[in-house]
Design a protein around this ligand. Structure first.
Ligand SMILES: Nc1ncnc2c1ncn2[C@@H]1O[C@H](COP(=O)(O)OP(=O)(O)OP(=O)(O)O)[C@@H](O)[C@H]1O
Length: 256
């Protein structure tokens, strides 16, 4: 699904991605864990073709960057991020935001069929946000906006769905509700491959089969979830003594 080989990305003499390689196979769901400034968002922008590495090779969904038409490829990749939210028209109703996803646009410029509206409503029902359909985006809570954003991404039926810190700013209950939704997407038959970016180990649900640890623009470890989420590896990664408590297949962190 994603093959990144030895990419380097510099800006103003700063090395943002440093010889990073990473491979995502079909059937896997990945969490990317890293501290602030480790290059996670930059890596996502490379995958979406918004920025180009100075060196290295990027191949996504069988298409090699530099030899493919990126806007067309982007319609196959869903991207949910707070950076994206700023580009919406916040006066639009939630259902208009969801429908815009069908056309890969930030606003609904196209005429829509009854069938497309029904499909948008059914997706919104699935993500428990259909009651918000006629409410303007600006009047939604942060958790509601995240649900609408995810519904918008699913409207395009993406093959890869990137979730960039979707739980940022959510309270405990909203976070757990949203994580449940994400788990459902992961378990859906023929659903998208998930790439979930977070700072928080406890958000790495059992449905994420693999974890990429990023530090200083490098791939420090990319492996199966149970291999990466260990006291030893995470203590090394964070540079602090970490103890993980496993409860209901989720790892909770305590710093000693
Ligand atoms: N266009 C740019 N020019 C210069 N430096 C940049 C540019 N874009 C990003 N950086 C720097 O690259 C580093 C990585 O940024 P990035 O946003 O990818 O990190 P991140 O892991 O997503 O961080 P966070 O978790 O805080 O969102 C940061 O130090 C950032 O300041």
């Amino acid at each position: 699904m994603i093959h990144i080989e030895n990419i380097h990305l510099y800006r103003n003499d700063k090395k943002i991605l440093n010889d990073l390689s990473w491979h995502v196979q079909k059937g896997q769901h990945w969490a990317i864990l890293g501290l602030n400034g480790s290059g996670k968002t930059t890596l996502l922008k490379v995958i979406n073709g918004y920025i180009w590495p100075n060196e290295g090779k990027v191949q996504v969904l069988g298409e090699t960057y530099g030899k493919t038409y990126i806007p067309k490829l982007r319609t196959r990749i869903g991207w949910v991020s707070n950076a994206m939210i700023d580009n919406f028209n916040w006066q639009d109703n939630a259902i208009e935001i969801v429908l815009s996803g069908k056309f890969g646009a930030l606003r609904l410029f196209n005429d829509v069929t009854e069938e497309e509206i029904d499909h948008a409503v059914s997706i919104m029902e699935h993500f428990h946000c259909d009651h918000l359909a006629n409410k303007s985006f600006e009047h939604l809570s942060q958790g509601e906006r995240q649900r609408v954003q995810i519904a918008r991404a699913i409207m395009a039926d993406p093959e890869i769905l990137i979730l960039d810190e979707p739980c940022g700013g959510l309270d405990l209950i909203e976070r757990e509700n949203l994580l449940q939704t994400i788990e459902q997407i992961a378990q859906a038959e023929n659903g998208p491959t998930l790439i979930y970016v977070t700072h928080h180990v406890e958000e790495i649900l059992p449905c994420f089969s693999h974890v990429l640890l990023m530090k200083d623009g490098k791939n420090v470890e990319a492996n199966a979830r149970e291999v990466v989420l260990t006291d030893e590896l995470l203590s090394d990664f964070f540079g602090r003594e970490i103890s993980l408590q496993i409860e209901r297949e989720r790892a909770w962190v305590a710093i000693k």
